[in-house]
Design a protein around this ligand. Sequence first.
Ligand SMILES: NC(=O)c1ccc[n+]([C@@H]2O[C@H](COP(=O)([O-])OP(=O)(O)OC[C@H]3O[C@@H](n4cnc5c(N)ncnc54)[C@H](OP(=O)(O)O)[C@@H]3O)[C@@H](O)[C@H]2O)c1
Length: 227
Amino acid sequence: MAGDQGQGRGVSGDDVPLVLVAAVARNGVIGSNGGLPWRLSSDMKHYKARTWGKPMVMGRKTFDSIGRALPGRETIVVTRDPAFVSPGVFVAHDVDAGLALAAERARTMGVDEIIVAGGGEIYAQTIARANRLSITEVALDAEGEARFPPIDPKQWREVRREAGERGPRDDADFAFVEYERRSDMAQSIIATWRPPRRESEAGNEPHPRRRNRGMRGRPAKARDRSG
Ligand SMILES: NC(=O)c1ccc[n+]([C@@H]2O[C@H](COP(=O)([O-])OP(=O)(O)OC[C@H]3O[C@@H](n4cnc5c(N)ncnc54)[C@H](OP(=O)(O)O)[C@@H]3O)[C@@H](O)[C@H]2O)c1
């Protein structure tokens, strides 16, 4: 069951889009024994580019697995531990506070997205509010206890897919796939749709069928390409 994947209302009702970035095995596994179940050097480069310059919210276990604040991004660690501190990171004690802080940081930094960087617990608590999913599909079945929530096709539409080029330091084939929430797509179509103009509303513009006429009402000569 994909469960309730929400409305994608973003962060605490404000308007900074939320994107979940994850590498996911065919069987949904994302992590094993506190680490990644594969070596995928190409995805590390993709991850860096996809998250660069943006605030990232992550669970304390994911932060431990990375071991430090990643350069070029702002890290917000979610933990229930009131004593948690680590150099160069912001700390939040629940998911809502983490997302609200990320939205504030995004506005200060002038960026247009908040990243949720895992792991399984945090993805499960944020997918209902996400606007986009940025998924590296890893073409293997992995052993592991951390999982990405099932992606419900009724809620999510695949909008981009790029096959990865497997390199010597990649354990599997992979593809970079972007999803958009279907209700967000409907909103953006409504926002850009304009009713067709009727002739009576066209003011003084010439009638479309008369636009090509010359000075004396004759159709203007069509120019050839040498003209
Ligand atoms: N493949 C990928 O793209 C990817 C990405 C990220 C992570 N991972 C993997 O995923 C695994 C980690 O995932 P995980 O699910 O075990 O852990 P996680 O989501 O990274 O972190 C869980 C921790 O976050 C804190 N937390 C969770 N919900 C909270 C809440 N509502 N309020 C306050 N704190 C909260 C708790 O920290 P405290 O215990 O400190 O209170 C909890 O133990 C690792 O194996 C990692 O390598 C994979």
